[in-house]
Design a protein around this ligand. Sequence first.
Ligand code: ADP
Length: 181
Amino acid sequence: MFALIRQSRLELVQGDITQQQVDAIVNAANSELAGGGGVDGAIHRAGGPQLMAETDRLYPDGCQTGSAVATGAGRLNARFVFHAVGPIWEGGHSGEPALLAGAYRRCLELAMEHNCQSVAFPAISTGVYGYPKNRAAETSLAAVCAFLQTHNQPALVRFVLFDAGTLAAYSQALETLTRDS
Ligand code: ADP
Protein backbone atom coordinates (compact mmCIF):
# COMPACT_ATOMS: atom_id res chain seq x y z
CA MET A 1 0.00 0.00 0.00
CA PHE A 2 1.18 3.56 -0.60
CA ALA A 3 0.07 7.15 -0.31
CA LEU A 4 1.32 10.26 -2.08
CA ILE A 5 1.88 13.16 0.26
CA ARG A 6 2.75 16.30 -1.65
CA GLN A 7 6.06 15.40 -3.33
CA SER A 8 6.73 12.23 -1.33
CA ARG A 9 5.71 8.62 -1.55
CA LEU A 10 4.85 6.84 1.71
CA GLU A 11 4.95 3.05 1.33
CA LEU A 12 4.01 0.17 3.60
CA VAL A 13 5.57 -3.19 2.81
CA GLN A 14 6.01 -6.47 4.63
CA GLY A 15 9.64 -7.56 4.85
CA ASP A 16 13.02 -7.51 6.52
CA ILE A 17 14.43 -4.02 6.93
CA THR A 18 18.03 -5.26 6.60
CA GLN A 19 17.31 -6.15 2.95
CA GLN A 20 16.22 -2.66 1.92
CA GLN A 21 18.16 -0.51 -0.53
CA VAL A 22 17.60 3.02 0.70
CA ASP A 23 19.74 5.96 1.75
CA ALA A 24 18.96 5.44 5.43
CA ILE A 25 17.74 2.48 7.45
CA VAL A 26 16.20 3.28 10.83
CA ASN A 27 16.95 1.05 13.79
CA ALA A 28 14.75 0.66 16.88
CA ALA A 29 17.51 1.04 19.46
CA ASN A 30 17.59 1.36 23.23
CA SER A 31 18.75 4.56 24.92
CA GLU A 32 22.14 3.06 25.83
CA LEU A 33 22.64 2.10 22.16
CA ALA A 34 23.84 -1.13 23.70
CA GLY A 35 22.48 -3.54 21.13
CA GLY A 36 19.58 -5.87 21.68
CA GLY A 37 17.31 -8.41 20.05
CA GLY A 38 14.57 -7.82 17.50
CA VAL A 39 15.24 -5.41 14.70
CA ASP A 40 18.30 -3.99 16.49
CA GLY A 41 19.98 -7.40 16.61
CA ALA A 42 19.15 -8.01 12.94
CA ILE A 43 20.57 -4.64 11.86
CA HIS A 44 23.80 -5.05 13.83
CA ARG A 45 24.26 -8.61 12.51
CA ALA A 46 23.72 -7.56 8.91
CA GLY A 47 25.63 -4.27 9.18
CA GLY A 48 28.63 -5.74 10.99
CA PRO A 49 30.79 -4.41 13.83
CA GLN A 50 31.23 -0.94 12.30
CA LEU A 51 27.83 0.10 13.62
CA MET A 52 28.58 -0.62 17.26
CA ALA A 53 32.11 0.80 16.93
CA GLU A 54 30.60 4.06 15.66
CA THR A 55 27.84 4.37 18.23
CA ASP A 56 30.40 3.70 21.00
CA ARG A 57 32.77 6.33 19.64
CA LEU A 58 30.30 9.03 18.62
CA TYR A 59 27.56 8.60 21.24
CA PRO A 60 29.12 7.24 24.45
CA ASP A 61 26.20 8.70 26.43
CA GLY A 62 23.60 6.97 24.26
CA CYS A 63 20.51 8.68 22.89
CA GLN A 64 17.45 10.11 24.63
CA THR A 65 14.09 8.45 24.24
CA GLY A 66 12.15 10.23 21.52
CA SER A 67 15.26 11.07 19.52
CA ALA A 68 17.75 9.45 17.13
CA VAL A 69 21.42 9.52 16.13
CA ALA A 70 23.18 8.67 12.85
CA THR A 71 26.03 6.31 11.99
CA GLY A 72 27.34 4.80 8.78
CA ALA A 73 25.62 1.62 7.59
CA GLY A 74 28.51 -0.87 7.48
CA ARG A 75 27.63 -3.76 5.18
CA LEU A 76 23.98 -2.75 4.74
CA ASN A 77 22.74 -1.46 1.38
CA ALA A 78 22.37 2.05 2.73
CA ARG A 79 24.50 5.10 3.48
CA PHE A 80 23.34 5.60 7.05
CA VAL A 81 21.67 3.91 9.96
CA PHE A 82 19.59 6.19 12.18
CA HIS A 83 19.36 4.69 15.66
CA ALA A 84 15.99 5.84 17.00
CA VAL A 85 14.85 5.31 20.57
CA GLY A 86 11.12 4.84 20.97
CA PRO A 87 9.32 4.79 24.32
CA ILE A 88 8.52 1.72 26.38
CA TRP A 89 4.70 1.42 26.57
CA GLU A 90 3.54 2.12 30.11
CA GLY A 91 -0.19 2.40 29.47
CA GLY A 92 -0.22 5.53 27.32
CA HIS A 93 -0.23 8.25 29.98
CA SER A 94 3.53 8.74 30.27
CA GLY A 95 3.99 10.80 27.13
CA GLU A 96 4.44 7.77 24.89
CA PRO A 97 2.76 9.25 21.78
CA ALA A 98 4.87 12.43 21.85
CA LEU A 99 8.05 10.41 22.35
CA LEU A 100 7.21 7.99 19.54
CA ALA A 101 6.35 10.85 17.16
CA GLY A 102 9.57 12.61 18.19
CA ALA A 103 11.69 9.59 17.30
CA TYR A 104 10.19 9.46 13.77
CA ARG A 105 10.50 13.23 13.32
CA ARG A 106 14.13 13.29 14.38
CA CYS A 107 14.93 10.58 11.83
CA LEU A 108 13.32 12.63 9.09
CA GLU A 109 15.33 15.67 10.17
CA LEU A 110 18.49 13.54 10.07
CA ALA A 111 17.51 12.43 6.57
CA MET A 112 17.36 16.07 5.48
CA GLU A 113 20.66 16.91 7.21
CA HIS A 114 22.38 14.01 5.42
CA ASN A 115 20.68 14.51 2.03
CA CYS A 116 18.84 11.20 2.11
CA GLN A 117 16.11 10.80 -0.51
CA SER A 118 14.83 7.48 0.84
CA VAL A 119 14.37 6.19 4.39
CA ALA A 120 13.12 2.82 5.69
CA PHE A 121 11.49 2.63 9.12
CA PRO A 122 10.54 -0.37 11.26
CA ALA A 123 7.52 -0.32 13.57
CA ILE A 124 9.43 1.33 16.42
CA SER A 125 8.40 0.32 19.97
CA THR A 126 5.96 -2.41 18.85
CA GLY A 127 8.19 -5.36 19.80
CA VAL A 128 9.67 -5.81 23.28
CA TYR A 129 8.74 -2.19 24.12
CA GLY A 130 5.10 -3.31 24.01
CA TYR A 131 3.43 -0.37 22.23
CA PRO A 132 0.03 -1.55 20.92
CA LYS A 133 0.42 -1.85 17.16
CA ASN A 134 -2.72 0.03 16.16
CA ARG A 135 -1.81 2.96 18.39
CA ALA A 136 1.82 2.99 17.28
CA ALA A 137 0.66 2.89 13.66
CA GLU A 138 -1.66 5.87 14.12
CA THR A 139 0.92 8.01 15.92
CA SER A 140 3.90 7.07 13.74
CA LEU A 141 2.12 7.57 10.42
CA ALA A 142 0.54 10.85 11.54
CA ALA A 143 3.98 12.17 12.53
CA VAL A 144 5.52 11.14 9.21
CA CYS A 145 2.62 12.53 7.15
CA ALA A 146 2.76 15.86 8.99
CA PHE A 147 6.50 16.09 8.34
CA LEU A 148 6.14 15.30 4.63
CA GLN A 149 3.34 17.85 4.32
CA THR A 150 5.53 20.62 5.65
CA HIS A 151 9.00 19.66 4.33
CA ASN A 152 8.29 17.99 0.96
CA GLN A 153 11.09 15.48 1.58
CA PRO A 154 12.47 12.83 1.71
CA ALA A 155 11.06 11.60 -1.60
CA LEU A 156 10.46 8.07 -0.28
CA VAL A 157 9.52 6.87 3.19
CA ARG A 158 9.02 3.12 3.45
CA PHE A 159 7.67 1.35 6.53
CA VAL A 160 9.03 -2.19 6.53
CA LEU A 161 6.72 -4.30 8.68
CA PHE A 162 7.96 -7.70 9.72
CA ASP A 163 4.73 -9.69 9.77
CA ALA A 164 1.27 -9.63 8.21
CA GLY A 165 -0.45 -8.50 11.41
CA THR A 166 1.78 -5.44 11.73
CA LEU A 167 1.34 -4.60 8.05
CA ALA A 168 -2.45 -4.84 8.51
CA ALA A 169 -2.40 -2.50 11.51
CA TYR A 170 -0.31 0.10 9.69
CA SER A 171 -2.38 -0.22 6.49
CA GLN A 172 -5.58 0.39 8.42
CA ALA A 173 -4.09 3.44 10.12
CA LEU A 174 -2.82 4.90 6.84
CA GLU A 175 -6.21 4.38 5.23
CA THR A 176 -7.93 6.24 8.06
CA LEU A 177 -5.35 9.01 8.02
CA THR A 178 -5.52 9.64 4.27
CA ARG A 179 -9.32 9.37 4.22
CA ASP A 180 -9.68 11.97 6.97
CA SER A 181 -7.20 14.47 5.56
P1 ADP B 1 11.27 -2.17 20.23
O1 ADP B 1 12.22 -2.43 21.36
O2 ADP B 1 11.34 -0.74 19.73
O3 ADP B 1 9.89 -2.63 20.51
P2 ADP B 1 11.78 -4.53 18.54
O4 ADP B 1 12.98 -4.79 17.70
O5 ADP B 1 11.52 -5.44 19.67
O6 ADP B 1 11.90 -2.99 19.00
O7 ADP B 1 10.49 -4.52 17.61
C1 ADP B 1 10.14 -3.48 16.74
C2 ADP B 1 9.44 -4.05 15.54
O8 ADP B 1 10.41 -4.53 14.61
C3 ADP B 1 8.51 -5.22 15.83
O9 ADP B 1 7.28 -5.01 15.15
C4 ADP B 1 9.26 -6.43 15.24
O10 ADP B 1 8.37 -7.42 14.75
C5 ADP B 1 9.98 -5.77 14.08
N1 ADP B 1 11.16 -6.46 13.52
C6 ADP B 1 11.96 -7.40 14.07
N2 ADP B 1 12.92 -7.76 13.20
C7 ADP B 1 12.73 -7.03 12.06
C8 ADP B 1 13.37 -6.93 10.79
N3 ADP B 1 14.45 -7.69 10.48
N4 ADP B 1 12.86 -6.07 9.87
C9 ADP B 1 11.80 -5.31 10.15
N5 ADP B 1 11.15 -5.33 11.33
C10 ADP B 1 11.61 -6.18 12.27
